[in-house]
Design a protein. Structure first.
Lengths: 126, 517
C-alpha cells in the first residue's frame, strides 16, 4: 500500500498495539481487568468519561450517558458554588453589616451570662 | 430574682442548626459532592471492593448474606463444611444499597448487557458522597470550635483536595465511611457535652458502633473517644463546691482573623454544669454504642456462630509486621509515607500546639486517634493496604490528623511566612492527589516490585505515576496528532500476515478499513 500527498509519499504505520482498546467485555471478571490492567491496553486517564468514550457502547448511548451524568454532577457542583458565592456576596457580608453583627455578638450569650453571674455570686457570698 | 436566675440558668444552649441548603456546610457538601462525582472513575479497583459489591448485591436482593466460596475470596465459615462467608462486615454494603437500587432503575434505560457496568458504576460512587460529607462535617466542626468561615472553609478544602481523601473517595473501600462515622461520633460527643443533651451522646454511641459495623478495626478508636468524653464531662461537670472544674488553664485568646467572638466569649463549656453525675453522659454514650452494636452482634451470631466473631482472621495472625518497619512505612517511606501523600499534614503538626492551647481536649483526642491508628496499623501484616494511593488505613485517621491544622490556619503573626507555607504544601498536596486521580494505581502496582515500590525513592508511585501520565499523554497525542508525513491504519484492519517480521501488509480488512491522514 502506498499513500501520496502532493506528490510526496507518506509513511504508513500501524496503530500502536497498546492504544487499541477493545470494547468493554461482558463478564464482570474481564470488565474488572479491562479497567485495571495496563499490560495490553493503555487508557489515557482513570476517569469515567474516558472509559465511557472508549467502551464502544454505541455513539448515541455514549453521548447520552456522558451528557446526562456530567449534567447532573455539574449541576450539583454549580449549585454548591453558586449558593456559596451568593452567601459571600450577600449584603450581610458587607463591612457595615459585619460590624453590626459583630456588635450584636459582643453581647454575652444569655445562658452563659446567667451562669457567670451565678458563679460570681457564689464566689462573693460568705 | 433568684427564681428568674434559676430559670435562665436551666436554659440550655441551642442545639446545632439543621443541615439545610442555606447552611454553609450544606453548600460545601454540594460543591464537593459535585466535584467528586465529576472526577469519579466509575469502577472498582480491587477484589475486596468486588466482594463488598457482591454483599451489597446480596443485601439488595433480600438475601441478607453473600456466599463467596465461588469467588475464592477470604472469609470464614460457621462449620467446617458450611458455606464460606465474606470476611467483611455489612456496614459499607448497607450504606451502598440505595446506590445499588438507583443503579437498578438506571440500568433499565440502557441495553441489558450494560447493567453490570451501570450497577458497579453507581455503587462505586458511595465514596464521593461519603468524602463530601466528611468535608462538610470538618467545616461544621471547625465552625463549632469558634473558627471563622474562611479558616473553616480552608481546612475543609485542604482536606478535600490536597490529601489522599480525594483519591480514596473514588474507591469502594470501607476506610472513608469508617472515618466519617468516627468523625460524626467525635462531633456529636462535643455537641452532646456542649448542649447537655443526652440524645447527642446516644447518637455518638450509635455512630461509633456504625464505624465498627463498617470496619471492625474502628474499635481501636473507642478508648480515645471515651477518654475525650470523660475529659469533657469532667471539665463541664459540676464540682463538689457547686462550681465547674476546669482542668487546663487556658491563656486569653487573641482576637482577629480566624478567631470569632464565640471563642473569646467563653462559649467553651467552662463553668457549665452538665449533670448531677458525670456517669450519666458516659452511660448515655455506652447505651448508644450497645444499641448500635446489637444488630451487628446478631448478624455475627447468625453468620459466624458467635456475636463477637467477625470474618477476619485471629488477632495473632494479624500482627506480623515489625513495628518499626510499619511505622517507617506509614509515615516517611517514599512509597507509602503519609508525609509525601498528604503534605498538608505538616500544617497540622505545626499547628497542633496552637490548637491545643485553645481546645485541649479536642487536640489530645486528635493526637490520640492518630497515634492509635499509627501504632495499630504499623503492626498489621498488610500495613500498606496496597491497591490504593498512599497509606490506605490511615485514611480513617486523616480527618483527625488534619483538624489541628486549624491551629496553623487560624493563627496570628508570621502572616506572609504562614501563607507561603500553606500555599506550597497545598499545591504539593493537590499535585500528588492529581497523580493518584488521573492514573489508576493498579497500573503501576502490577508492574512493580512491592519492596522497591514501598521503600526505594526512585520507584515511588508518586514518581512512577508522573512518568506514566506523561507517557500516556505522549502516546495518545502522537496518535491524535501524528507527524505530518505519517498515516495510521486506524480501524478495520486484521493482523498482518507477512512472513517478514514487522511488515504491515498483506492483511485483510474487517469490513471497511480506515486510514487516518
Amino acid at each position: 500500500m502506498e499513500i501520496w500527498r502532493d506528490g510526496t509519499p507518506l509513511v504508513v504505520r500501524d496503530k500502536p498495539a497498546d492504544l487499541r482498546i477493545d470494547p468493554m467485555p461482558d463478564t464482570p471478571h474481564w470488565r474488572f481487568w479491562w479497567f485495571n490492567s495496563d499490560f495490553n491496553r493503555h487508557h489515557l486517564v482513570d476517569h469515567w468519561a474516558w472509559y465511557t468514550a472508549v467502551a464502544d457502547f454505541g455513539t448515541q448511548a455514549t453521548q447520552r450517558w456522558i451528557a446526562s451524568y456530567a449534567a447532573i454532577s455539574g449541576a450539583i457542583l454549580l449549585a454548591g458554588l453558586t449558593l456559596g458565592w451568593r452567601a459571600c456576596c450577600r449584603p450581610g457580608c458587607s463591612v457595615a453589616h459585619r460590624a453590626a453583627a459583630s456588635a450584636r455578638r459582643a453581647r454575652p450569650h444569655t445562658a452563659t451570662a446567667a451562669l457567670t453571674a451565678t458563679s460570681r455570686r457564689a464566689e462573693t457570698e460568705p | 430574682m433568684s427564681a428568674a436566675t434559676a430559670t435562665r440558668t436551666k436554659k440550655r444552649p441551642h442545639a446545632p442548626h439543621a443541615l439545610t441548603p442555606h447552611t454553609p456546610d450544606a453548600r460545601a457538601l454540594l460543591a464537593f459532592l459535585g466535584f467528586y462525582l465529576l472526577t469519579a472513575s466509575g469502577h472498582l479497583y480491587a477484589v475486596d471492593e468486588e466482594t463488598l459489591f457482591r454483599i451489597t448485591e446480596g443485601l439488595s436482593s433480600g438475601i441478607g448474606r453473600a456466599a463467596q466460596r465461588r469467588l475464592g475470596h477470604g472469609g470464614k465459615s460457621q462449620r467446617a463444611d458450611g458455606p464460606l462467608y465474606a470476611q467483611y462486615t455489612p456496614g459499607q454494603p448497607l450504606a451502598a444499597v440505595p446506590l445499588y437500587l438507583a443503579g437498578k432503575v438506571l440500568a433499565t434505560r440502557f441495553p441489558p448487557d450494560a447493567s453490570i457496568y451501570i450497577l458497579r458504576f453507581c455503587v462505586s460512587l458511595l465514596g464521593a458522597f461519603v468524602t463530601a460529607a466528611t468535608v462538610a462535617l470538618l467545616y461544621r466542626f471547625a465552625r463549632s470550635l469558634g473558627y471563622g468561615g474562611r479558616v473553616a472553609l480552608g481546612l475543609a478544602m485542604i482536606y478535600g483536595l490536597a490529601t489522599t481523601a480525594w483519591p480514596h473517595g473514588r474507591t469502594f473501600f470501607a476506610e472513608p465511611l469508617t472515618a466519617l462515622c468516627l468523625l460524626v461520633a467525635f462531633y456529636w460527643l462535643r455537641v452532646g457535652t456542649e448542649t447537655r443533651h443526652g440524645g447527642w451522646l446516644i447518637a455518638a454511641g450509635i455512630a461509633t458502633a456504625a464505624a465498627c459495623l463498617v470496619k471492625p478495626h474502628a474499635a481501636i478508636a473507642v478508648p480515645v473517644l471515651g477518654l475525650y468524653l470523660l475529659a469533657r464531662v469532667v471539665r463541664t461537670g459540676e464540682g463538689a463546691n457547686g462550681r465547674g472544674v476546669d482542668l487546663t488553664p487556658r491563656p486569653p485568646l487573641p482576637r482577629g482573623e480566624g478567631v470569632t467572638r464565640s471563642m473569646v466569649s467563653g462559649n467553651e463549656g467552662r463553668f457549665r454544669p452538665f449533670a448531677r453525675s458525670p456517669l450519666r453522659p458516659c452511660l448515655a454514650y455506652v447505651f448508644g454504642g450497645v444499641l448500635g452494636a446489637l444488630p451487628f452482634a446478631i448478624y455475627n451470631a447468625r453468620i459466624y456462630g458467635n456475636p463477637l466473631s467477625t470474618g477476619y482472621v485471629a488477632v495473632g495472625d494479624l500482627f506480623t509486621t515489625p513495628f518499626l518497619t510499619g511505622l517507617y512505612g506509614l509515615t516517611v517511606s517514599s512509597g507509602k509515607g503519609i508525609l509525601w501523600y498528604s503534605p498538608p499534614i505538616l500544617l497540622a503538626i505545626i499547628g497542633w500546639w496552637g490548637f491545643w492551647r485553645r481546645h485541649g481536649a479536642e487536640a489530645l483526642a486528635c493526637l490520640g486517634l492518630g497515634l492509635v491508628h499509627l501504632a495499630f496499623y504499623s503492626r498489621v501484616a498488610f500495613w500498606h493496604g496496597d491497591g490504593s494511593w498512599g497509606p490506605r488505613y490511615l485514611t480513617i485517621a486523616l480527618p483527625f490528623l488534619m483538624l489541628p491544622a486549624l491551629g496553623m490556619l487560624g493563627a496570628q503573626g508570621w502572616r506572609t511566612a504562614r501563607l507561603v507555607a500553606i500555599a506550597v504544601l497545598v499545591t504539593l498536596g493537590v499535585g500528588v492527589q492529581l497523580l493518584g486521580v488521573l492514573v489508576n494505581f493498579d497500573w503501576y502496582l502490577q508492574r512493580s516490585d512491592e519492596q522497591a515500590r514501598h521503600f526505594t525513592p526512585s520507584a515511588s508511585p508518586i514518581l512512577a505515576h508522573a512518568r506514566i501520565l506523561k507517557s500516556r499523554a505522549d502516546e495518545w497525542l502522537a496518535r491524535r496528532l501524528p507527524p505530518p508525513d505519517v498515516v495510521f491504519l486506524r480501524a478495520g484492519f486484521s493482523y498482518a500476515e507477512s512472513e517478514q517480521a514487522g511488515a504491515l501488509f498483506p492483511r485483510w480488512t474487517i469490513g471497511a478499513g480506515t486510514i487516518a491522514i
